[in-house]
Design a protein around this ligand. Structure first.
Ligand code: ZN
Length: 116
């Protein structure tokens, strides 16, 4: 389950942000907003589960993981259009051609932290 190492990466970002802020107000992380691309092969549900597991005993314990799903997008080399892409290696939905180079929705990243 590669979501576990991804969740650890998210926690790392949260802890770094807390340290960098040097702010006493940064006591507790309430919500972590992450973007998960449709083509990133990250499962939002297992991401939530792993995040709960790795944040136990940290300043992010009890924080809610808010997942923003980003739709996949690709550039078709056949018709040269930017098209919605539901899965990697899918044919172009516009012309049925190959290959479609993924241009969006391929990443998972931390978007925002809500603290109190
Ligand atoms: Zn096409």
């Amino acid at each position: 389950m590669h979501e576990m190492s991804l969740a650890e990466g998210v926690l790392q970002i949260v802890e770094d942000a807390a340290r960098a802020s040097g702010d006493d107000a940064f006591l507790r992380v309430k919500t972590v907003f992450i973007e998960i691309g449709q083509l990133s092969s990250v499962e939002p549900d297992s991401m939530r589960f792993c995040f709960d597991a790795v944040t136990r005993g940290t300043l992010a314990e009890g924080a809610k993981l808010e997942v923003i799903e980003v739709p996949g997008e690709g550039l078709c080399f056949n018709c040269n259009k930017t098209v919605p892409l539901a899965a990697l290696y899918d044919p172009c939905p516009a012309c049925g051609g190959y290959p479609v180079q993924p241009t969006g929705g391929t990443e998972m990243r931390v978007k925002e932290l809500e603290v109190e």
